[in-house]
Design a protein around this ligand. Sequence first.
Ligand code: F6R
Length: 264
Amino acid sequence: MEIIICPVADHVGQIAADKVAKIAAEVGPGVVLGVATGSSPLSTYDGLAKLIAEGKLDLSQASAFALDEYVGLADGHPESYHEVIRRTVTKPLGLDPSRVHVPDGSLGGLASTGERFEQAIAAAGGVDVQILGIGANGHIGFNEPTSSLVSRTRVKTLTDRTRQDNARFFDSLDEVPRHAVTQGLGTIMAARHVVLVATGEAKADAIAHVVEGPVTAMCPGSVLQMHQFATVVIDEAAALGLRLADYYKRVYDSLPAWQKLELS
Ligand code: F6R
């Protein structure tokens, strides 16, 4: 795992964006992005938008696959991930909407939604770089604790903790859906690179488990220890639980200049 601890919290998004842009440049114009919702990746999307505005990145021919979608929200609901991805990813990054895919969370489509989404990812040639946040309970996507480490896209029941954490996006806890369609841990692991972003002390325990804990379904994000190209970009607060934080800093500081991500 590559662990980048940013001394300045505000730099997390730009460092993560630089990492994603570097991978996108290696892949070429048809890069396939995996995109998360929630608060954590917003600064990464801002960073990518900045690179695009500066003419350093062009995602107009890229495709994108969202990690997840709530089950049963009305079409056009502002907190449905179809809408969130449109607002925070498709528009600001200038993606072609016909190449942006979000799982179908409609009640009528649930029986086949996972299979259809997996087929769409396969048809696009797989995800080149998956951007991830992490839940305080260690979930990635909506793979809650005890999710199969080899799971594929399917419907999951949200934990009370996740519903409470996400209630801030809704008028009341009652309105937070109880189920979601999510890429599985096996689906996420099939991405060629993953870039996980986290900031703030509330994520420190989860990050400690992901990076240094045992690989266990009780902390789904810990499966990333088995990924060949996983990068974790965090601030000092999210790094508070890491026993080897000084070592990770030293490793990063001693990288040759060409391997380092510099703030642009
Ligand atoms: C979002 C997702 C979730 C979030 C996680 C953290 O598509 O799948 O795993 O990344 O819940 O959310 P924030 O960033 O809002 O703390």
